[in-house]
Unconditional design. Structure first.
Length: 202
């Protein structure tokens, strides 16, 4: 299996990963951290999918998708922190200036049922870091649970675990007062550097 991670620009693939079975259902669509809380709460039914389509059309899409051949198998929400609710979250500390658009957040790692345990979350996180780097990030943050190896309920596992982030080169940067599924969340951070341009060939 070869996993390729690319920017999320195809609506049908995003809907497969984070959309509802019924178009009018009020599911997350991975909007709760991406847009202001008041707007998120006001969007109902098909308006949520319409908002996602708007985000996908922007210069910087709201995430990346993992593909196994032509099949979409994973999603990661990643974007500059300043454009997410983490810029104002009181339970998760800010490192650096809240409006620094070179600090990016990864807030969701989702693997399609039937493909879990195949290392896709690791590929997703690596792809999210590459995507952020390619768009000018100097650091990337995540807010996983510090579960100490204990099992995390699948409905809450989207934030990732400390171990997954550590294996991707992230370091513990701060504790938070946020708790999910009984586990404390921690702020993990990784410094990234712009890719070096390849020397011109004669």
């Amino acid at each position: 299996m070869t996993i390729e991670v690319r920017p999320a620009t195809v609506f049908e693939d995003v809907r497969t990963m984070v959309g509802p079975k019924r178009p009018d259902a009020n599911v997350c669509w991975c909007l709760s951290y991406r847009i202001p809380s008041a707007e998120n709460q006001s969007l109902r039914g098909t308006a949520r999918g319409d908002r996602v389509q708007e985000l996908l059309a922007q210069d910087v899409p709201p995430g990346v998708l993992a593909h196994d051949g032509d099949e979409v198998v994973g999603w990661a929400g990643v974007h500059p922190r300043v454009d997410t609710t983490f810029a104002r979250n009181r339970r998760i500390p800010h490192l650096g200036e809240p409006d620094d658009d070179t600090v990016w957040s990864v807030w969701c790692l989702r693997v399609r049922p039937g493909h879990r345990g195949e290392g896709i979350s690791h590929a997703l996180l690596a792809g999210a870091v590459d995507f952020a780097r390619d768009h000018g990030a100097r650091s990337v943050e995540g807010y996983p649970v510090d579960n100490g190896g204990a099992k995390v309920d699948l409905t809450m596992a989207y934030v990732g675990t400390r171990g997954v982030f550590e294996r991707a080169g992230f370091q513990h940067a701060a504790d938070t007062t946020s708790v999910l599924d009984g586990f404390p969340r921690v702020l993990m951070q990784r410094t990234v550097h712009p890719r070096r341009a390849r020397p011109a060939t004669a």
